[in-house]
Design a protein around this ligand. Structure first.
Ligand code: GUN
Length: 373
């Protein structure tokens, strides 16, 4: 496809992490990058202008949710997701695979696709590789995802073999159905904790020649070391000249560890989701704004943070807003958490460029803590 390519600019001599530029139809972005999640065509509590001011590069939306509400036809009629939500930067949509599979008992997987019940009105719905592509074409993001099965953890080898074989067939069907030249369709590598299955899946997808590759089936309850091994088991089989996206990962420590392992992109709902409950990420570890000790604390959340919230508001004020359940409080806390991860990704890029990501990791962990999740 035209207008989309990955340019590897520098490999960190200390760690092997990659700094690169991803060229997209809606502009160039620097990697490794964190992508804030705007499931329903909005990053909850943060305006597109604020996102830009924070240095957000790509935002992510979901096929499944937008298909159900307001409907892909509505977004298409609006002129696509960019126009609909007034965001003119690069965007990515997930295929719905992850959301559908997290529905548990209410769904049925067959070769043709997945039947499941709508979370909105309980009606019977059917999503297939072709349908997931058609919806994503209507939404019009710059990067779109193949329809895959995100298998549970743990899953038996027998289950995983069958599931991945089907995910590969689905990737091929999606690729055949994809018509928009201005969208980059990524293949998603599955295979759970089985290295040989991940290798097989990666090789089959690379054979189909996608413009980018995702690593899926992570962050599904597996221990950290298993997740890192899943990355290590996949990366060697992915081409150097294509972007690598680790799906659903947004813990600060994982951002650093994944970059060291050769990941270029990640996303997570974590920063906005936990912010709404008063949980904040800081350079000194996690903090909860509800804490009584902040009642008379007129300092910012994090003295190392330069976000809008930290530049303008105190812990005492934010605690008051949060305890009063004020909407503005949720917005300010979300801004801080998202900015924290965007800034961390930026620090990671700077450290890669200067061949010191290993040192950066140690300095970060000394302050942040090594077991903070
Ligand atoms: N988001 C987090 N993990 C996954 C995955 O395995 N597949 C998809 N499609 N989305 C994800």
């Amino acid at each position: 496809m035209k207008d989309f390519w990955y340019e590897l600019k520098h490999v960190c001599k200390q760690t092997g992490a990659r700094y690169g530029i991803l060229h997209t139809p809606h502009g160039d972005v620097e990697t490794p990058m964190f992508m804030p999640v705007g499931t329903l065509a909005t990053v909850k509590g943060i305006s597109p202008e604020q996102l830009k001011e924070m240095g957000s590069q790509v935002i992510l939306s979901n096929t499944y949710h937008l298909w159900l509400r307001p409907g892909n036809d509505v977004v298409k009629k609006a002129g696509g997701l960019h126009k609909f939500m007034n965001y003119d930067g690069p965007m990515l949509t997930d295929s719905g695979g992850f959301q559908v599979f997290s529905l548990g008992k209410t769904r049925k997987i067959e070769e043709e696709g997945v039947t499941f019940k709508s979370i909105i009105d309980g009606s019977q719905l059917f999503l297939s590789p072709e349908k997931a592509i058609q919806i994503q074409e209507d939404l019009g993001a710059d990067m779109i995802m193949s329809f895959d099965e995100c298998a549970p953890y743990p899953a038996s080898r027998e289950y995983m073999e069958k599931s991945v074989a089907r995910t590969i067939r689905w990737a091929k069907r999606g690729k055949d159905a994809h018509t928009r030249e201005d969208q980059a369709l990524f293949g998603i590598v599955q295979g759970g904790e089985y290295p040989d299955i991940r290798e097989k899946c990666a090789k089959a997808l690379v054979e189909m020649d996608f413009p980018g590759y995702s690593i899926g089936g992570t962050s599904v309850g597996e221990p950290k070391d298993v997740m890192y091994k899943m990355i290590d088991d996949t990366i060697p089989f992915l081409p150097e000249d294509k972007p690598r996206y680790l799906m659903g990962v947004g813990n600060p420590i994982d951002l650093i560890e994944a970059a060291i392992r050769g990941i270029d992109m990640y996303d997570c709902v974590l920063p906005t989701r936990v912010a709404r409950h008063g949980a904040l990420m800081t350079h000194y570890g996690r903090m909860n704004i509800n804490n009584q000790k902040f009642k008379y604390d007129f300092t910012p959340i994090d003295d190392m943070c330069h976000c809008y919230t930290c530049r303008n508001y105190t812990r005492a004020y934010l605690r008051h807003l949060h305890k009063s359940d004020e909407i503005f409080g949720k917005s300010l806390l979300s801004i801080h958490n998202v900015a924290f991860l965007l800034d961390l990704a930026k620090d990671i890029r700077e450290a890669i460029k200067e061949d010191r990501l290993g040192d950066f990791k140690e300095e970060f962990l000394d302050r942040y803590g090594r077991d903070v999740y």
